[in-house]
Design a protein around this ligand. Structure first.
Ligand SMILES: [Cu+2]
Length: 255
């Protein structure tokens, strides 16, 4: 259901989607059920001329069962939701699979700073490659990220990965992901962090293989790299605003 709106590009994206779908179906069933019963009762027992309203205490078992039975079912389904949620939580957040590569992600008002580990696969060595708002990763590679903040709370959100993690000043938070679909996807700060919060976006490029990744890293090193983030921004601006009109013109003319 969610994949229709947002591609899945990490190994655990499908698990998160499953939780959303399951909760939507369970809650949706009760939502429709309650509205249907309520509507039926409102029509069936509406006010009629000469008929006095019955006083219903709700004490006898025949009346109590109307609240008790649905109540038991809701509790049982809550347990189902909790069990599946804990299973996915343990898998995504509590378990840290062996890293094949590492990145550092630093949030600041209002941009994302990325450090790629370079050929040695280790952070804080001479071959590290840093970028602003452009993150490059390889497909089918398990990454550990070290998440930091320079100033306030931010949230590292990669919707295509179904990944969200708060950044907390003074703390380094380690997490993981494994990209499994090539492409260019959005990163967005998902924690209100000041007036530039809405434009605190970045881009993640998932490379098919090592060659493509190395080529990007090489172009960053010798400064011929054309930012995928900037390209994406331009594409979005061109597609939403016609070339002849500025955004402000368009906004003003809509009133
Ligand atoms: Cu923010």
């Amino acid at each position: 259901m969610i994949e229709y709106f947002m591609p899945r590009a990490s190994t655990y994206a499908a698990d998160i989607d499953f939780l959303f779908d399951m909760i939507t179906v369970i809650v949706g069933f009760w939502f429709v059920m309650v509205l249907a019963v309520m509507t039926y009762l409102m029509v069936r027992f509406r006010r009629r001329e000469g008929v006095r309203a019955a006083y219903i205490s709700g004490d006898p078992h025949s009346q109590k069962k109307w609240t008790h039975y649905p109540h038991y079912s809701v509790i049982a389904l809550d347990v189902v939701i909790i069990v599946f949620t804990v299973i996915v939580w343990v898998d995504v957040k509590q378990t840290l699979p062996q890293a094949e590569d590492k990145i550092r992600v630093v949030g600041q008002q209002w941009s994302w700073f990325f450090i790629h580990s370079g050929p040695d696969g280790k952070l804080d060595t001479e071959d590290d490659i840093s970028t602003v708002n452009d993150l490059h990763v390889k497909k089918d590679t398990v990454y550990h990220f070290e998440l930091e903040s320079r100033d306030v709370l931010h949230n590292f959100s990669v919707p295509a990965f179904r990944l969200r993690q708060d950044t907390i000043p003074g703390r380094t938070i380690t997490g993981w992901f494994e990209p499994n679909k090539t492409g260019v996807y959005d990163i967005q700060c998902a924690e209100i962090c000041g007036y530039g919060h809405g434009i605190m976006g970045a881009t993640i490029v998932i490379h098919e293989d090592q060659q493509s990744y190395d080529a990007a890293m090489k172009s960053i090193r010798n400064r011929t790299y054309e930012s995928d983030y900037q390209k994406r921004l331009q594409k979005m601006t061109v597609s939403t605003v016609s070339n002849s009109e500025s955004f402000t013109d368009k906004l003003l003319s809509s009133f």
